[in-house]
Design a binder for this molecule. Structure first.
Ligand code: SF4
Ligand code: SF4
Length: 383
């Protein structure tokens, strides 16, 4: 079968942050030192090769960039300073754009101005929408934050949250389906029985919740920080989607608030840690920053800070009007952060990485089965 090459593939990847790929002369040091590289997923050298040869279709079908946790060991050991670790990160951004069925991800990754414009547009629409709702249709007063007569009743915001959550989940699901097709469905060498899809499906929640493979990196700190960030984010998501009215209730629901405080502290602490790292460029993970990394982190800090301020104004100082104004400002950060980052940008990796672990496991089992009828039993599971 003819393999088409795209001579401009490296130029394209540069828009996603890849540099110095041409310097690679394939000594293989990087794959030798990578703690996660093993048959049949040998990386990062193979991805460098695909890039140099312009093998776009192969690159779009690879799972390997998702199996990399950017420990940076390969870049440290590369004799040509070809930055294979950063290249894997750039390929993950490029793959995110390939999976995205709307084309927005491509637009945002290739132009930070477009991403910023989208964030500002969604922020303005959100602010105008909630203001209009509060003034014209909510029937409440700007001087009342919660309870009867509230400017933005928690029950109405709750309905909005579910509509937004459902829309984003549908978009992300469509992207995940495309990821499956590109990496597994269309690959004729990989014949996965339906039973394997079902019996190995537990790998998705397992890797999503624990990110256990990340812990295999030599330094445990990046895993711990990432775990704290994801746990805080998920706690906040559960609170908002299921307990928003308890958070607004008077008297305060102490348990809901305790989790809210913990999640806010986790979000703010880990985000400030990541910002400091990127500013100082202290670790391989933070040495290179794409513009989209900054947009994401700044949005997170903004959302956490306005969340704290809104809470303090209402609960501690009883300033309902000011709390309502800050609440709208908070939603103007939270909605674009979710609408832009979850299906089209940085946050989508929360879905793609555990899915990649799952698909990689299915590939291993299918390849072992093809090599020997008894092979599937002897394959070490990726779990
Ligand atoms: S990226 Fe560097 S270490 Fe890896 S094969 Fe190329 S030259 Fe060797
Ligand atoms: S950054 Fe670390 S995990 Fe990723 S390819 Fe390099 S050595 Fe492997």
């Amino acid at each position: 079968m003819a393999v088409r090459a795209n001579p401009r593939l490296i130029d394209e990847l540069e828009l996603y942050g890849a540099e110095d790929v041409q310097k690679c002369y394939h000594c293989g040091n990087c794959s030798a030192v990578c703690p996660f590289s093993r048959e049949p997923f040998l990386f990062p050298r193979k991805s460098m090769r695909y890039l140099q040869m312009g093998l776009e279709e192969r690159l779009a079908g690879t799972l390997e960039p998702w199996l990399c946790y950017y420990c940076g060991e390969c870049s440290e050991q590369c004799p040509r300073e070809a930055e294979p670790g950063e290249t894997m990160m750039s390929i993950r951004r490029w793959l995110t754009a390939q999976y995205d069925v709307t084309g927005l991800s491509k637009l945002f990754y290739r132009s930070w101005r477009a991403e910023l414009a989208a964030v500002l547009l969604v922020a303005l629409l959100t602010g105008a929408g909630f203001l209009l709702f509060g003034l014209k249709y909510g029937g409440g007063s700007l001087g009342v934050y919660a309870g009867p007569g509230a400017f933005l009743p928690a029950s109405s915001v709750h309905v909005f949250d579910w509509i937004l959550g459902g829309t984003l989940a549908a978009l992300l699901a469509a992207n995940c389906a495309r990821m499956w097709w590109l990496t597994t469905g269309r690959d004729r060498r990989v014949r996965v029985p339906l039973l394997d899809y079902v019996t190995r499906a537990f790998l998705v929640p397992l890797h999503f919740v624990t990110q256990k493979r990340y812990r295999e990196c030599e330094s445990k700190r990046p895993w711990a920080v990432h775990f704290a960030l994801v746990a805080s984010y998920l706690t906040m998501l559960v609170l908002i989607m299921l307990f928003l009215e308890s958070l607004h209730a008077a008297p305060a629901n102490r348990l809901a608030h305790a989790f809210g405080y913990l999640a806010t502290a986790g979000l703010l602490g880990t985000t400030l840690y990541a910002l400091r790292g990127r500013w100082r460029r202290a670790t391989p993970l933070h040495r290179h920053s794409h513009e989209t990394d900054w947009v994401f982190l700044v949005l997170l800090v903004y959302v956490a800070a306005t969340g704290i301020l809104q809470h303090a104004l209402y609960r501690w100082f009883g300033l309902d009007t000011a709390a309502n104004v800050v609440y709208i400002a908070h939603l103007m950060g939270a909605v674009p952060m979710l609408a832009v980052e979850v299906p089209f940008s940085k946050w989508s990796h929360l879905a793609y990485r555990p899915l990649a672990m799952y698909f990689a496991d299915l590939h291993e089992r299918a390849l072992a089965r093809a090599a020997s009828p008894a092979g599937a039993q002897s394959v070490p599971a990726a779990a």
